[in-house]
Design a protein around this ligand. Structure first.
Ligand code: SAM
Length: 313
């Protein structure tokens, strides 16, 4: 089935990626290929598009969506954290542009059957790559209360983390928690129905996001990836990251600023001792957000944040 995901901030992203005929570009989160198709149109037939996704369904979809350009496209089913290995297996050392559009596609939420949404009654899985070892149910049914609390607090910024973790622990003594609906109901009970009714968002929103981030080790992957991605950009090459979560955006902002900073020696050092040179120029001094019109047309874009940078010569 073809994907229904609507690409977010496509025009702005294309502007910053600066694609041109003949360039080598990696779209590290293919999803529904909205961005990938726009990139392919700009760089092919002479360029090369490397398309990565850790979800085999997205790769299958890409085989159809990108079929018109298949000669100049390499599709890779892998985690983008393995970018150095992916490039070396393609015998490519450096590339012109890299895009990462984080999080989930509409199709993963709506049709994967993996329990990403608290609105559905599905097995509590949440793996973007069903071959990875740990499901959300594994964490919910086996993690210690302290660890569970930490996940909910750190990744979901959930203020009622302790209360939710204790309610989960109590429930699983009777029987394991197996479905997304079961977990959502438990969270509603833990939070209290009155307070849940008053809240602007569903009481399980933050806990579901936290579990998904933990299952897919999303923040760890992003930090490692950014370092490797910058190392594999050609001078003048561009990197764009679209994130949907303040923790992700903070990692991107900090990494870009660190790469853009020069000498870190104390001001009273007569000469530089650290030897640190700026590697990137940040192109988005202020983070870019979707327009009101885009949010109206595609509410999923609401929390998107785009940052872009250019590798220095
Ligand atoms: C928001 S969607 C991308 C949408 C895409 N830009 C488009 O235009 O349709 C995110 C995709 O990234 C994939 N993904 C998320 N984290 C990943 C990772 N660490 N490695 C590889 N793919 C990842 C997900 O499986 C999902 O298909």
């Amino acid at each position: 089935m073809a994907y229904n995901h609507i690409p977010v901030m496509r025009e702005e992203t294309m502007y910053y990626l600066n694609c041109a005929p003949g360039k080598i570009v990696a779209d590290c989160t293919l999803g529904g290929c909205g961005h990938a198709a726009a990139i392919a149109e700009k760089i092919l037939p002479d360029g090369l598009l490397i398309g990565i996704d850790q979800d085999a369904d997205a790769i299958e979809n890409a085989e159809q969506e990108l079929a018109p350009w298949s000669g100049n496209i390499r599709l890779v089913h892998d985690n983008f954290v393995n970018l150095p290995h992916i490039l070396s297996s393609l015998k490519i050392d450096a590339i012109d542009a890299i895009l990462v559009d984080l999080g989930l596609s509409y199709d993963q939420i709506e049709f994967s059957g993996r329990g990403f949404s608290f609105k559905k009654d599905e097995p509590l899985d949440m793996r973007m790559n069903p071959q990875s070892p740990e499901t959300a149910a594994d964490i919910v049914n086996t993690a210690g209360t302290k660890y569970l609390t930490r996940i909910l607090r750190e990744f979901g910024e959930e203020q009622r983390a302790g209360r939710i973790a204790r309610r989960i622990e109590k429930q699983r003594k009777n029987a394991p928690i197996e479905t997304s609906r079961q977990l959502a109901e438990l969270i509603r009970e833990a939070v209290g129905r009155k307070s849940a009714a008053k809240s602007r968002i569903h009481p399980a929103t933050r806990a579901f996001m936290a579990l998904r981030i933990a299952v897919n080790r999303e923040l760890e992957a992003l930090g490692t990836f950014l370092k490797d991605a910058v190392a594999h950009l050609k001078p003048g090459g561009r990197i764009c990251v679209i994130s949907f979560h303040s923790l992700e955006d903070r990692i991107v902002k900090r990494s870009f600023n660190e790469f853009a900073a020069g000498c870190q020696c104390p001001p009273d050092f007569p000469v530089c001792a650290c030897g640190k040179e700026p590697v990137l120029r940040v192109l988005t001094r202020k983070v870019r957000k979707p327009s009101e019109a885009e949010i109206r047309a595609n509410p999923m874009s609401r929390s998107a944040r785009l940052r872009a940078a250019e590798k220095l010569e």
